[in-house]
Design a protein around this ligand. Structure first.
Ligand code: PMP
Length: 404
């Protein structure tokens, strides 16, 4: 009996994958060249699954801000926000985020994962009920588990099912926290946020939205789906990450409730970890400023998204959602998805292979995420590569297209 015995099933899967000669987990990027290109196994490759939605990782202003900060403030804070790790930059970023959303309060976390872990574990304790959309991200499930709240799930994007379940809760619904995402990461489908807010508030529940994949993408100022759907003033907590459209690392929560500020003093994933390093805070602030000043970035992202989506639909690929920053092609079996993913890599296109149990409903996905930095020629190459691989892909004709 060994402590490692429980990993036997994983080790077995790893051995079977290794035997195919193709390992989709953690393809090493030998050298990153730009927001959309890298050297992978000695070959120039287009990055089309990196969530670099606005293409800001090599933006001159963001790079300069990060480089200046590392020289001025050093490589790290070497401590928690609660101890020696609260710098002027952290406070400034919190003010800028609150101002961006038009609310009074913001908290910055060291990662997006920790933002959900820190917020949900602190907000929802053993006497609370959390109502989760079934397709919520792992960090949301983990956060609720850490806090020890009772967890109930409602059917993905189904406001009527949420209504039914809140009704069943009776009196307890008035204390419930409803947790959803703006755009869902795997299929790229979007929450019907106005309907969900209406249901949650009719029962007296609070609503929490993770905009990880919609910050910088949706809404007039780019703040996310809540803004796009006109319910920014109705959402109680908005969480997001710096690791996608802002091209850095870190996470945040903003809220129209002034009581948010006190949550940080009860949030273990906020307290017991080092604060984000100064260069990350500086590049994130520069990226947020770019996001706000350059709506043309999200317009270009949407043009790229529509072009890829429409071309793949015209070729009868089964896609997970309406046009958006995530374009996920659905396959019948893991082997077909793996073969297609490998084929794309051989064509010089690196996307994400997503297999159960990481996917909702056991779907096998080849997932692309678009960037404002993708050129027309890169999108053309992506479309041509999908098309070249289609015949031996085993993608059945679109029996049923899934729409949010
Ligand atoms: N929430 C969602 C919906 C996500 O997709 C992710 C990352 N994939 C996170 C949170 C975690 O963000 P980070 O990678 O910045 O820790």
């Amino acid at each position: 009996m060994s402590i490692f015995d429980k990993f036997a099933p994983i080790a077995d899967v790893r051995r079977r994958i290794a035997a195919t000669g193709v390992d989709p987990l953690g393809v090493p990027i030998d050298q990153i060249l730009s927001a959309t290109e890298a050297m992978v196994r000695g070959k120039r490759t287009i990055l089309a699954g990196s969530n670099n939605y606005l293409g800001l990782t090599f933006d001159a202003a963001c790079v300069d801000a990060g480089a200046d900060a590392v020289r001025r403030e050093g490589t790290g804070t070497t401590g928690s926000r609660m101890a020696n790790g609260s710098y002027a930059g952290h406070l400034a970023l919190e003010r800028e985020l609150a101002e961006f959303y038009g609310v009074g309060q913001a908290i910055v976390f060291s990662t997006g994962y920790q933002a959900n872990l820190g917020m949900l574990s602190a907000l929802a304790g053993p006497r609370d009920v959390v109502m989760l959309d079934a397709d919520c991200h792992a960090s949301i499930y983990d956060g609720v588990k850490l806090g020890g709240a009772e967890t109930l799930r409602f059917r993905h994007n189904d406001a009527a099912d949420l209504d039914k379940r809140l009704r069943r809760l009776g009196e307890r619904a008035t204390d419930a926290l409803v947790v959803v995402e703006g755009i869902y990461s795997m299929l790229g489908d979007r929450a019907p946020l106005a309907a969900l807010c209406e249901v949650a508030h009719r029962h007296g529940a609070l609503i929490y939205v993770d905009e990880a994949h919609s910050l910088g993408i949706c809404g007039e100022t780019g703040s996310g789906v809540a803004e796009a759907d006109g319910v920014l003033d109705q959402v109680d907590f908005i969480v997001g990450t710096f690791s996608k459209s802002l091209g850095a690392a870190g996470g945040y929560c903003v809220s129209r409730h002034d009581a948010l500020d006190v949550v940080r003093y009860a949030s273990r994933p906020y307290i017991f970890t080092a604060s984000p390093v100064p260069s990350v805070i500086a590049s994130t602030r520069a990226a947020l400023a770019r996001l706000r000043a350059a709506p043309q970035l999200r317009e270009q992202l949407w043009r790229n998204a529509h072009r890829l989506h429409d071309a793949l639909v015209a070729q009868d690929f089964r896609l997970g959602a309406e046009p958006g920053p995530v374009v996920a092609a659905m396959f019948d079996t893991p082997e077909q998805a793996l073969t297609f993913w490998q084929g794309l890599l051989d064509h010089g296109v690196y996307v994400n292979l997503m297999l159960p149990p990481a996917t909702p409903n056991g779907w096998c996905l080849v997932r692309c995420s678009l960037s404002a930095a993708h050129s027309d020629a890169q999108i053309d190459h992506l479309i041509a590569s999908f098309s070249a691989l289609k015949d031996d892909a085993g993608q059945r004709p679109p029996v049923e297209r899934f729409h949010a």
